[in-house]
Write a protein that binds this ligand. Sequence first.
Ligand code: MN
Length: 491
Amino acid sequence: MRIKILDTTLRDGEQTPGVSFTPDEKLRIAKALDDLGVDIIEAGSAITSEGEREAIRMIANEGLKAEISSYARILQGDIDMAISCNVDSIFLVAPTSDLHIKYKLGITKNELVKKTLNAIQYCKDHDLIVDLCTEDGSRTDVRFLSKILESATQYGIDRFTLADTVGILTPEKSHDMLSKLAKRSKVPLGIHCHDDLGLATANTLSAVKAGASIVNVAVNGLGERAGNAPLEEVVMALKVGYNCDVKIKTKKIASVSDLVERLCGIPVAPNKAIVGDNAFTHESGIHVDGILKKPETYELIKPESVGFRRRFVLGKHVGVKSVKKMLDDLKISVSDEQLKDIFKQVKFMGDKGKKVTNVDLEVIAHSVMGIEVEGAIEVDELVAIAGNKFTPTASVKIKIKGREITESATGTGPVDAAMNAIRHATKEVPFELVEYHVDSISGGSDAVVEVMVKLRSKDKIITAQGAGSDIVLASVDALVNGINLIMRRIS
Ligand code: MN
């Protein structure tokens, strides 16, 4: 069965608290979605602002394969604005629950039906494809929904979508409502779910099982509150779990997810299905061993099929064969003697509770093999001051590949100020600090501290350490070690 994908990253997704795209960013995302194979792109809500209309217009005029849609309420003004953007279709939203009709619109049910049909008529007079979406549909009596569906079909709607606006559905309820609608419907049915109970994907699939053939999704599960059904989850579940036909080039899922993550600034959780950093990372020795023998032992989806690469993190349970395989993957060839040494160091780090990533392994291997890798960055001078009478400030003088750079910054404390100063001085290196962690090894105020930083650069996560009795220097050390690793990777 062919299921159509309606992506609402640019409309509902942009309603995620704190997310706002520029018209250029919206166009970039729309092109990526089109390239991915999305059938319908809900590009925004034309009534919102001039900037929003500019974005929708650019997307509509780009000549993409996907159908371009604008959200509109059942108001002529909204529809006129959408028409001015040259869209193919209207995602026409009519609130249908008693709660919404009475308290939000302050009208009667009959008036609601009349307004809805008038709006459909107006769209149809302008040759637009109409997807009638019932807002808060999941809290609406199915008989009333069927009545609207029937009349709206006579007025020429092309699709009918049930919206679970507040995320109250369960898979059973979703199945039940869609089955009832499917029995009567002469037009394709869509489903729009929210993740308030963590059930958006399950409810979407359940609706498909009951007869829906259009799924509303958003990349990385963006959307109002807990978000919409995530594109990556719904698409892969449809393919892997239900054997459905979707027109998505799944190999591009990783890059689209990454683009949206970068442009919206909302990081994807590491344990997020399909697109999280850990989704294809294996750590336990038993799992790694199994994967190396046959990936299917512990992998449902081939990482390459969604554009990812498998990652191993070595812990204390690691076997020598896994270390050898990882070195082979890194194209580092070692003698048996060197392998034994490397293995010992990995085990030693594992015993101390450390996780060895492939970047760490590369560093260990290089040190065992006696390859001196010169850091690209050296810290020449560092001053950080703190106290209760002024803003914590730091200045640094560093050398990047021999070039001298002096920078200063303020922060919430001396560590933050020093880290910020380093960050300013290394602007040219693309990375983001995702984790900062301090451990004190001994007891007193003169204790040696160990600092661990985790940096993200493109699709790579790099961990680096620094240690010393001065927390500012140890932190800067860890950060600079990390940046050096990144620079070596990209140079
Ligand atoms: Mn929504």
